[in-house]
Design a protein around this ligand. Structure first.
Ligand SMILES: Cc1cc2nc3c(=O)[nH]c(=O)nc-3n(C[C@H](O)[C@H](O)[C@H](O)COP(=O)(O)OP(=O)(O)OC[C@H]3O[C@@H](n4cnc5c(N)ncnc54)[C@H](O)[C@@H]3O)c2cc1C
Length: 466
């Protein structure tokens, strides 16, 4: 069992999850969170009663994929049950198969594709209650970390972190400080203050904007996939907890006319233009449209030219890598990263130099491919939407990907394989190596899926203009 004093900076989804995982290993974990408000005692109240200024996307739609559920069942026993008790519903995207897929017979293994779905504040309230119940976890809210303290180096010439300082002037010492401060983490500046080599940071605006409304009532039926690309927009219909769901229209953030989607009347007109999704908005609706843009794609590395820039300090979740959320993977990928952190710390507790080398190296092999896959897919889709908006030729699609998508729209095994890649259960190369999938994809080479029904660009702009 572990015997490490850990400070986790940030009590978001992944900060809370990693704290619970490490405490179960016997480590002592203090979680320091800048936002002062605790979660309400009844998790479903978090939607209305919990203010979280530190998480810009707090009230944006979130789904958590089966990979999240599998990891919870393995590493955070009880969380799936607690989510169900808070009103999360079980969702299988096989129920949202495209109309072109006519074989609906269940297959053994379909249960592996089941996910738990609910609103992000409710999820975070459950994770917070779970963390606070773990012996060995202390969660302190209203404590903003403002810098790092340095101790004796574990690698000559490389600064070693031995604690944090807070805005209130407290000092918390630690064998390991974990940055779980999300996509806007300030820790690069703190490392600069210690004189480290700058971490490698690659960041760009993902180029997406999201417009969302929330509904309540009996869940509408699926008539098309949960997320569907339609020319210059995408429509996401996402069931959530306690008889709620969201509908999101997302598009290029440079698409000026579509900025009118922030007007609820415009949003409704546009969604009504999509015949297979329009019924999702015939329900009790919350006022307003939730809007977010300027979402960063960002990766950071604390190993530069093969050498850690720091020991005693690491990153997890969005502070390590975050992508545009079109595929809704951040929490699942963050949990994979947290799981790996836990494992590497178990092997190298008390050996900060080894931990600082091993964790980023293994994350690069085991977790980063999911981030890279998402980044590539997003760039292709943004370029496509951009070209359609400007009326210039659309960049040619990756022929392998186009054939995979076309096959998935007709072949139930390939559709399941596609879901596995979307939901972080497998990487495309793994599923494309399966003989049946490879043959089905090969047979569709040179084809692309038929476009789903909906307005073309001109009709879309007419709907926007009203
Ligand atoms: C629009 C949008 C939609 C998304 N949809 C999905 C989805 O459908 N599915 C999915 O899996 N992911 C989704 N994501 C991604 C998901 O929100 C993140 O991956 C996830 O929140 C990462 O958790 P985290 O704990 O790493 O960081 P965060 O949840 O961002 O938490 C960071 C925490 O650090 C705290 N903090 C910051 N600075 C300090 C400081 N100095 N001292 C102490 N505390 C500090 C903050 O207050 C915050 O509580 C979405 C993201 C966006 C932007």
């Amino acid at each position: 069992m572990g015997d490490v004093d850990v400070v986790v900076c940030g009590a978001g989804t992944i900060g809370l999850a990693v704290a619970s995982m490490l405490a179960r290993e016997g480590h002592r974990v203090a979680v320091l969170e800048a936002d002062p408000a605790p979660a309400p005692p009844a998790a479903p109240d978090a939607w209305t009663d919990w203010g979280r200024r530190g998480v810009a996307q707090f009230r944006q739609p979130h789904n958590v994929f089966p990979r999240f559920r599998h990891l919870c069942d393995e590493d955070l026993p009880g969380v799936s049950t607690e989510l169900a008790a808070a009103g999360f519903r079980v969702l299988n995207l096989l129920d949202a198969a495209p109309p072109s897929l006519t074989d609906h017979a269940p297959r053994s293994g379909d249960v592996r594709l089941e996910m738990l779905t609910g609103r992000r504040p409710v999820l975070e309230a459950v994770l917070a209650a779970h963390a606070e119940e773990q012996p060995g976890v202390t969660v302190r809210r209203g404590v903003r970390v403002t810098g790092l303290t340095a101790g004796s180096s574990a690698i000559p010439g490389v600064p070693h972190v031995d604690g944090v300082v807070t805005a209130g002037g407290e000092r918390w010492s630690a064998d390991l400080v974990i940055d779980a401060m999300g996509r806007r983490t300030p820790s690069d500046a703190w490392l600069a203050d210690l004189g480290t080599v700058p971490p490698l940071r690659v960041a760009e605006d993902s180029g997406y904007a999201y417009y969302t409304r929330y509904y309540r009532g009996p869940l509408p039926e699926w008539r098309i996939g949960a997320v569907t690309p339609h020319g210059t927009v995408n429509i996401l219909t996402l069931p959530a907890d306690n008889d709620t769901w969201s509908v999101t229209v997302f598009c290029g953030s440079r698409d000026e006319p579509l900025k009118a989607l922030r007007d609820p009347a415009c949003f409704d007109r546009v969604v009504r233009g999509f015949p297979l999704q329009q019924h999702w908005i015939d329900a009790e609706v919350e006022p307003g449209v939730a809007v977010i843009a300027g979402v960063l794609d960002q990766t950071r590395s604390l190993v530069v030219d093969g050498t850690p820039v720091v020991t005693g300090f690491t990153t997890v979740g969005d502070a390590w890598a975050c992508t545009n959320p079109s595929a809704g993977r951040g929490i699942s990928v963050g949990l994979m990263h947290a799981h790996l952190l836990r494992d590497v710390l178990a092997e190298h507790a008390g050996a900060p130099a080894e931990f600082a080398r091993e964790f980023p190296t293994r994350a690069q092999v085991q977790v980063a491919p999911y981030v890279d896959h998402q980044l590539r897919a997003d760039r292709v889709r943004v370029a496509e939407m951009d070209a359609l908006r400007r009326g210039v030729p659309v960049p040619p699609r990756d022929p392998d990907q186009a054939a995979f998508l076309a096959a998935a729209m007709e072949d139930p095994e390939v559709f399941r394989a596609l879901l596995e890649t979307v939901m972080c259960l497998a990487l495309p190369d793994e599923v494309l190596a399966r003989p049946h999938v490879a043959a089905a994809v090969e047979a569709r080479r040179g084809t692309a899926p038929d476009p789903p029904p909906g307005p073309d660009r001109e009709e879309l702009l007419a709907l926007v203009a009203g």
